[in-house]
Design a protein around this ligand. Structure first.
Ligand code: TRP
Length: 447
């Protein structure tokens, strides 16, 4: 009996930490806006397809390397293969994690603004009609810079003090609450006048809309949302016990993460059509539509206070996992103290984050390839670096490391049917790399 309890405890812990990293602004802010700009239903379908055939195998690959070596991404590559060039994937992961931390903190900063606006009741005036002005006025000013810095300071304190455990414990209790709130909001959205149109937009695929940008967007969203491609899941799995079933945990993480994204879609799109917003509004979509939802909800101010607070916490558990990649690198490879490493990471992110925050206002005219700094960071990391990292990680695990390590990790202490084992290895060797390669080729206009 007590044995069972211990086991249950660890299983829950595994799922809670990986889901804590995966679930964040990626699901609630990024998914609806990406789905909105890429035509809705067809995007959702491609996104789910990529999660299944590419995302889950890549999580497994990261898990195999992490638990197999119990090292960070650099150590893992070194331990598993003598060729040092593989470590370049690690460098790409570091750069991607800093770029993501920079723009992610801007959006997390927006949630802090909305949280304080909810506390003071100011959100009530952000309602229909003045909505567009409210967000634009706020986002083009200097306050987002302040909030970005405040958010990064919170993040730094946690990373510095090593009180990660406390935050994660708290989030294990609070995230289920966020989940329940999301379900309540979904029900509320289903009764809106625009519900039918919204759900059709989200669930009815229009394949004529699928082009290479939809494919790249859906693949990037799958990687971003699952926190894969730069070694986050690798680090986390290095703490797994031998009993943790890797494929099952990967599938659980992916399912819960996808579920939260779909819930966010069901909340947002009926509201988009009810309040006459533009589905393709881009990064500001959710922040324009949510105040409308809260406005028509009884006790809206209380709901929005709670919601933005929980969203802030969900963002924090995600940014902690991103920072860890960089901090571990500065400590272990460059020999800095943890304090210096955390300060360096925060300093870089504060500088780049300020540029991202200003790219909605003062720096809006500054564009590279037609993209603002914010969009460029997002595009380069999510749509290019993460899938490229994931492709190389699955090639590495599928082709270059000792097959016995792969089989031993996939089996763990349990048993796993032979055909299933072969299927996972087949996905790692062929399906995931080829799938990502094809999307890249489509993006480059080659096919
Ligand atoms: N997946 C997180 C989200 O959806 C963001 C995140 C955390 C992430 N760690 C990551 C994305 C590592 C890419 C890589 O909000």
């Amino acid at each position: 009996m007590s044995d069972n309890r211990v086991q249950f405890g660890t299983k829950l812990g595994v799922i809670a930490t990986t889901v804590g990293s995966a679930v964040g602004l990626g699901n609630i802010w990024r998914f609806p806006y990406e789905a909105g700009t890429h035509g809705g239903g067809a995007f959702l379908l491609m996104y789910i397809f990529f999660i299944l055939v590419i995302g889950i195998p890549v999580i497994c690959a990261e898990f195999i390397m992490g638990r197999g070596t119990r090292r960070n991404i650099f150590g893992a590559f070194r331990m598993l293969h003598s060729c040092r060039q593989w470590a370049w994937i690690g460098y790409m992961g570091i750069i991607a994690s800093i770029l993501i931390l920079s723009f992610y903190s801007v959006v997390a900063g927006w949630t802090l603004e909305y949280f304080t606006q909810s506390l003071t009741g100011g959100i009530a005036s952000m309602d229909y009609g003045v909505r567009n002005q409210s967000f634009d006025e706020f986002s083009t000013g200097w306050r987002p810079v302040m909030w970005t810095l405040v958010f990064l300071a919170f993040n730094a304190v946690i990373v510095l003090r090593g009180v990660r455990k406390g935050i994660e414990k708290a989030s294990n209790i609070l995230m289920p609450i966020l989940f329940v709130i999301l379900i309540l909001f979904c029900v509320n959205s289903l009764f809106m006048p625009g519900a039918r149109e919204g759900l059709e937009f989200l669930f009815k695929p229009d394949f004529s809309k699928v082009d290479s940008s939809v494919l790249i967007g859906a693949l990037g969203q799958a990687f971003f949302s699952l926190s894969i491609g730069l070694g986050t899941m690798m680090i986390y799995s290095s703490y797994f016990s031998e009993e943790t079933p890797l494929v099952k945990s990967a599938a659980m993480t992916a399912s819960l993460d996808t579920l939260v994204a779909i819930l966010a879609g069901i909340i947002i799109f009926p509201a988009v059509f009810t309040f006459d917003a533009e589905p393709a509004a881009g990064p500001k979509l959710v922040f324009e539509v949510l105040p409308d939802i809260f406005h028509q909800l009884p006790g809206g101010v209380v709901w929005s206070t709670l919601f933005f607070f929980l969203l802030f916490l969900a963002s924090l558990t995600s940014t902690i996992s991103m920072s860890e990649i960089c901090v571990a690198f500065f400590c272990e490879q460059l020999g800095l103290s943890r304090k210096r490493a955390a300060l360096l990471n925060t300093g870089i992110a504060m500088t780049l984050g300020t540029l991202c925050a200003l790219s909605f206002g003062a720096l809006n005219g500054f564009r590279i390839f037609g993209l603002t700094i914010f969009d460029l960071f997002d595009y380069a990391s999510s749509n290019v670096m993460l899938p490229l990292g994931g492709m190389l990680i699955s090639i590495f695990v599928g082709w270059f490391i000792d097959r016995n390590v792969v089989v031993a990790q996939l089996k763990g202490t349990g048993t796993i049917p032979g055909w299933f084992l072969r299927l996972v290895i087949f996905s790692l060797k062929y399906v995931a790399p080829a799938g990502i390669g094809l999307v890249f080729l489509a993006g480059l206009g080659v096919i």
